[in-house]
Design a protein. Sequence first.
Length: 668
Amino acid sequence: MRKYCKYIYILVFGLLLCPIVLFAQKKDTLVPIKLNEVILIHHKNRHEAHNSPAPVQSLSGEKLKKLNSLTVADALRYFSGVQLKDYGGIGGIKTVNVRSMGSQHTGVFYDGIQLGNAQNGQVDLGKFSLENMEQVSLYQGQRSEMLQSAKSYASANTIYLKTKSPKFTNGQHYHLATGIRTGSFGLLNPSLSVNYKINKSVSARLSTEMVNAHGKYKFQYSNGIYDTIAVRNNADISSFRVEASLHGQHKNEDTWNLKYYHYNSERGLPGAIVANRFKRPQRLWDRNNFLQADYKHRFGPQYAVKVRGKYTEDFSRYLDPEIVTTKGFLDNKYDQQEYYLSLVNTYKIKPFWTLSIATDFQHNTMQANLYRFAYPKRSSLLNVLASNLDLDRFNLQLSLLSTSIYESVKYYESADDFQKYSPSLLINFQPFASPDFRIRGFYKNIFRMPTFNDLYYTFVGNTFLDPEYTDQINLGFSWQKEFGKTFFNITSDIYKIWITDKIVAVPGTNLFRWTMFNLGEVETNGIETKITNSGKFSATINYTTILTYTFQESIDVTPGGSSFGQQIPYVPIHSGGVSMMVDYKDIALNYSFIYTGERYSQKANIPSNYLQPWYTHDMSINYAIPFVFKNPLKLGFELNNILDQQYAVIKNFPMPGRSFRLSLNYEF
């Protein structure tokens, strides 16, 4: 009976929306209120989130700068429905899990083009600094933009990272910003960016940054017999990033961007604290390069086309002196290449009705120095037909994604070719005359392919694995109101998610021989709520307060499973946070509180796997100091984990206690 429950939910969801949609169509033209749109145009992010058919959370501009955050992963902690897997310290690997679906179900897009990792399907968000970031957005379901690529429809959730682009005042031809950050763990983080206006249509930007830290910090350790204070070792990092881009625009018809990205790092992997062992010698090297471009042209007001392309080359090296092979220490090296091309066409049949046809082609290859490696190649062809009906009081979007996967290997047998159709439906409507209250909902069916590691890793891979399938239903509302100088916004969503054919790994005769199966089934019921209040205390004092809360019940429902009916690992039932920002003249004060409830580190919800709740209090202060030159010198001080709480996001990977950062920035 359980296998049919999700179809009953989907049917009920559709029946609930149908009469509402018809009502919105009937009443659509009675109260066309244009004035409110003019008011909201000054708050682009508010307008987008309020009218989006899928839940949207964004941080941009000054709010993004004021967070106690060094990387994109740190900023995502402030979003509801997100679990960040942080292995500790500045150099610790950081991945994100949205609505407990797993890291592989979240697509990460960098200036509109997806960051890929065919090897394990995860993106380390700790690599991406906020220094060059203009906006970080999380979309549950999918983005509603009609000129988006076919890949944008192919994930259960998407994170969009928008980098800074050149901006100039009248008569300005260049803009330079430099800064340096230092603090706990031996942090040294200088950065430099230069914008240059080549002519009235073309501009360039160069952004570069270095991070160096020894990563050592004290933590409290208890093995049930005695407590001690230990030092986290082998958590150092040395990294360098450079981005160079060209931006062009001709009237409103043509826009184009060209970007080169390079990242190089070496870091220690401190490992888990088990059996009273506090030192690990493992090392990891990463080198990432990509060149991407996009071009958009409008053929009048009705027809537009956008082309995207990308070439990526990723190298990683893992050294483990504790494992000795016939050739010496274990020294694994991996090379990945990706070729990507996308074409999107949009056509306005009516001013309120737009059609989109998107086609993406992606080719991934991988090489390694492993014994009997398969050398896999994967070609993916994605086609999307999408429709957007956007009237004054309701917005209806439909899309159908076709995915074809073709695989080949140099040795052994490759996985079978694969084709799947994935539908989605999104709706946002205004049930009353007032535009302040809107209801939204979506249904989406999508999957994630097994990674190269799942399929082909020596002694582990299983070429007969099926993809993981997900069905999502979301129903929520958004209410916003301005009372003079005060703005209120409340959003809340309830959702249900089914994951079937979940890929799991079962240990075999030893830890180097695992078996991969499609066994797992997970059902998630959740609620996400966000309350925002901003305004002015006086002419010189501005404030913003954000309160978030998430309830998630993610249950293992694998038939016959040993953990049937229990919460899946690392998903808290309750989590939330509070953020407050106050600006007074040249001073900005910020405070945040983040709470994560109790969890379990394994599938069995037993006392030995129990993880206590954790929370952190963080604060920062920024001051713009008048300087002898035109612009002020910006000084910032951050104090994180003020109460010095000892906690771990991942069991046996202790997080830092109290720490600080000091920053100095100047713009020419």
